[in-house]
Design a protein around this ligand. Structure first.
Ligand code: ACO
Length: 360
């Protein structure tokens, strides 16, 4: 049987998340993501990793381990620092994570390695980002949570509680999402009995592509091009007629509204009320959905997580070059959980190809 892009093919059993594309629901370990509002990044990461809500002591221990990950081994920071600033942050992350694979690191339990890499990733990002900006590195702040510290290291100023809440909402909602392309890449890599840094390196390489992790910048560019409500139809029609995809719309699994998109839209409105940009985004969502139904009938194209992620990123003044890296700061938790699940339920991925060339 041939399925281009493995569309609709079930390739693994998982207990990590349930993505129901018909109902438009997402559950982490059985819990609807709507229920995560009062949980912290650390609590959700622990829950996804260990399949239990942490006790106070467990959470404390986990947070300490995450913080330990912020101290990059000297060989890792030297490698990251040696990279040219013209290299993208995603590529710097790939190189930095890959450099963790020393024999000593690989001797640790895989769950410990995972917590360590989750703690380390924001540091690699901020090191490279600040170098690109010609700014000095900001040391991690031991008193800050994972989300606070990420914003602190990027900007060198203490974040406001509104900024932390906005980013944390986004990070929690994007931590895990079934067998998406980057998670699949991670599982394929470890299915050959490779290791966690190799699997996360594969995942980062896959996440880099604009069809998967790079859409929020595309959404901002789209809304910038639209500029005002009266231009939505003209801009979008032209793109559809040129065979272009409308960024922030469509999803391989969701054939109704992406629940994360709904929650992020609510979060944006709660945090900031409406402003001209958000008004334009809301109007664009309605009109583009209708236009896609008109030009692509039956394809069921709605906004995906990236559409309102763009609004969240904009509200915290996150530059576009940091959108996909920030997505990865969340998703590394899901990647790691899947890698561990793959190791526990091992079967090497090796699909077949159908030769359609000539025989000479
Ligand atoms: N704009 C216009 N048309 C679209 C869009 C879109 N955003 N998405 C799908 N379509 C159309 C396709 O042109 C195709 O039409 P056809 O039947 O006439 O050929 C049909 O809908 C099916 O599209 P596929 O590309 O086969 O759908 P697939 O499930 O493979 O694509 C994807 C999913 C890659 C997300 C796609 O919808 C897309 O490229 N969207 C824009 C990029 C984007 O927002 N990416 C972020 C996704 S969320 C995430 O990864 C975290």
């Amino acid at each position: 049987m041939f399925q281009k892009g493995l569309k609709g093919v079930v390739a693994v059993h998982t207990k990590i998340s349930l993505v129901d594309g018909d109902q438009g629901t997402l559950r982490y370990r059985g819990l609807n993501v709507k229920e995560l509002a009062n949980y912290s990044f650390e609590q959700v990461a622990y829950f996804l990793s260990y399949d239990k809500v942490p006790s106070k002591e467990e959470l404390e221990k986990f947070s300490v381990k995450l913080k330990k990950g912020r101290n990059l081994p000297s060989h890792v920071h030297k490698i990251v620092d040696a990279l040219l600033p013209t290299i993208s942050i995603m590529d710097a992350m790939r190189t930095g994570i890959s450099a963790f694979a020393t024999p000593e690191f690989l001797e640790m339990e895989m769950t410990e390695q995972a917590t360590h890499l989750t703690g380390a990733l924001p540091v690699i990002i901020s090191r490279h980002y600040r170098k690109q900006q010609g700014l000095p590195f900001v040391e991690p702040n031991e008193n800050f949570t994972h989300t606070e510290n990420y914003l602190w290291m990027l900007n060198g100023v203490s974040p406001t509680s509104t900024q932390v809440k906005a980013l944390e909402t986004y990070l929690k909602l994007t931590m895990e999402h079934g067998l998406n392309a980057s998670t699949f890449a991670a599982r394929v890599t470890v299915s050959t009995d490779s290791d966690l840094p190799a699997a996360i390196t594969s995942a980062i390489g896959t996440m880099k592509g604009p069809l998967h992790g790079g859409a929020p910048s595309g959404v901002l560019a789209l809304l910038e091009e639209i500029r005002e409500e009266s231009r939505i139809r003209t801009v979008v029609e032209e793109k559809i007629q040129n065979g272009e995809k409308i960024m922030g719309f469509g999803h391989r699994i969701y054939k109704t509204e992406d629940p994360r998109s709904i929650l992020l839209r609510e979060a944006c409105l709660q945090l900031h009320g409406s402003d001209a940009w958000l008004d334009l985004a809301t109007a664009a969502e309605k009109e583009i959905t209708a236009l896609l139904e008109q030009f692509k009938p039956g394809r069921k194209l709605y906004t995906n997580v990236e559409f309102y992620a763009a609004a969240i990123m904009r509200s915290i003044e996150m530059p576009a070059s940091l959108f996909t890296p920030t997505f990865s700061v969340a998703r590394i938790v899901g990647w790691s959980a899947h890698v561990i699940e793959q190791v526990d339920d091992q079967a090497m991925f090796r699909p077949q190809s159908l030769y359609v060339g000539e025989c000479r």
